[in-house]
Design a protein around this ligand. Structure first.
Ligand code: ZN
Length: 123
């Protein structure tokens, strides 16, 4: 049967535990978070009626993000101050290598009430 194409958002969430500490104005010693994050894709559904396979998105998040950051000291892994802002930009950079222009944003929750949304520099 014919498949009408749709412009849709696809969002996949995951979580990893990690520690960080902040020098400078944030001035905070080492502490941990369960960083919940979500990857948002945007695009047009294909002939089969979907944008991306959730299983592949999850697999890419596990390989590119969780495997690299889980149970790590983010100060040591990231090549920049490990603020939640920079964690979001780092995840965005990793996912961009696979999803290109389909990647719309990355959101990282430091707590349920506090989160960062990163849409890339040209958004
Ligand atoms: Zn923190």
């Amino acid at each position: 049967m014919p498949q009408t194409k749709h412009k849709i958002f696809l969002v996949k969430k995951s979580v990893f535990g990690a520690t960080h500490s902040h020098a400078g104005a944030l001035n905070e010693g080492a502490h941990g978070h369960d960083f919940v994050y979500e990857v948002k894709l945007y695009g047009t559904t294909n002939d089969e009626g979907f944008l991306a396979d959730f299983r592949k998105v999850e697999s890419d998040m596990m390989t590119l993000v969780n495997k690299e950051l889980a149970y790590k000291n983010l100060n040591a892994v990231l090549q920049m101050p490990p603020t939640t802002e920079n964690v979001a930009a780092w995840i965005y950079g990793k996912m961009k290598t696979v999803y290109g222009a389909t990647l719309r944003s990355v959101t990282v929750y430091e707590t349920p009430e506090s989160y960062i949304i990163y849409e890339g520099e040209d958004a």
